[in-house]
Ligand binder design. Structure first.
Ligand code: DP6
Length: 329
């Protein structure tokens, strides 16, 4: 392999789950206990360059100019190992990654991050671009990342113990349905409890975890059917139910996990008030304090104005359905 073939750059976007993943059946292989359905966005972008270098003694991972250490570096190296094993490659890698949004603040940076990393690493190792394979590798490291391999609407089924090949698949392409997601940022900085830790604690200690695992597939089915038929109220109702149920098992974990800030509830109230006045808009929240509001393009400006005026909302942005992970160099 020549030098040029050992380097590649990829771009991937965050995805926001419309039906949430929260909980694993197999922590070692990172297999979700519930199905999830997501929208890949056109913004919140990660660009990652991977260069395999025989002179390196260990992987060097940089995000936005900062060298990763500890657990974050171990996770990225584990992702590179999956690619190296298949490519029969021993070289360590220098990875430079850039997010155009804050890392680990509940804006799905791990999803775009690992989708971009796995795509760039496979490209640098000269492996063919096979989205299913890349999605399964990304899922091993961070399950939501498996969905960012696909543009538009994607689903990651629930899996079974030992199902190493479990991967996401497309539900509908980005141009199937031009919905808008208005994102209201309510805090700066990193979230207090990471998703991996949060969902394990919820599984072990929330008295409602089994109920969540039993009910989540129904919300995923409704979200999927609503996407297929472009039925916003169907998607919206199931999305809000899925969000509030997942937060309720985080809230009832021991010790409790409270991702919400006062501004989160204020933004949720804004969405509910808009809906009461006839604007079809629904809210979702991830493992962080931000609120994302799903609506039709014709209502996006009104929803954005209302969220901008909500006390505690720092800023807003409007996202559209976007493309899957791709090699760009
Ligand atoms: C609330 O994919 O970050 O965003 O697989 O442990 O890395 P790990 O978890 P992660 O969890 C995402 C949780 C969520 C919901 C979702 O994206 O489906």
């Amino acid at each position: 392999m020549n030098d040029a073939a050992r380097q590649a750059t990829a771009r991937a976007h965050a995805n926001i789950a419309l039906a949430k993943y929260w909980g694993k059946v197999d922590a070692r292989l990172n297999i979700p206990a519930v199905p999830s359905i997501s929208l890949t966005l056109d913004c919140l972008t990660t660009e990652t360059e991977v260069r395999f270098d025989p002179d390196l003694r260990q992987d060097q991972i940089w995000i936005d100019g900062k060298r990763l250490t500890d657990e974050d570096a171990t996770r990225a190296s584990a992702c590179l190992d999956l690619v190296r094993r298949t490519a029969r490659l021993k070289d360590r890698a220098r990875v430079r990654s850039h997010n155009d949004f804050p890392t680990a603040a509940g804006l799905a940076s791990s999803a775009s991050g690992f989708a971009a990393l796995v795509t760039a690493a496979a490209g640098a190792a000269d492996l063919p671009h096979k989205p299913k394979q890349l999605s399964a590798w990304a899922r091993r490291i961070s399950a939501s990342a498996a969905r960012s391999l696909y543009g538009g609407f994607a689903e990651l089924p629930a899996g079974e113990r030992g199902q190493a090949s479990l991967c996401a698949r497309s539900v509908a392409a980005a141009d199937h349905w031009p919905v808008r997601l208005v994102i209201a940022l309510t805090a700066e900085g990193r979230k207090t409890v990471g998703s991996t830790e949060g969902m394990e604690r919820s599984r072990k200690t929330s008295p409602f975890h089994a109920e969540w695992v039993a009910k989540a597939p129904k919300w995923a089915r409704e979200v999927k059917a609503g996407i297929k038929s472009r039925d916003l109220s169907k998607v919206g109702a199931a999305m809000e139910a899925s969000t509030l149920a997942f937060h309720s098992i985080a809230l009832t974990a021991n010790p409790p996990i409270v991702y919400w800030k006062p501004a989160t509830l204020a933004a949720l109230a804004t969405v509910h008030e808009l809906r009461a006045t006839g604007v079809p808009v629904w809210a979702t929240m991830d493992a962080g304090p931000h609120v994302k509001a799903l609506c039709e393009p014709s209502h996006a400006a009104r929803v954005q104005r209302a969220l901008d005026k909500t006390p505690g909302v720092l800023r807003t942005l409007v996202a559209k359905p976007g493309p899957g992970a791709e090699l760009i160099g």
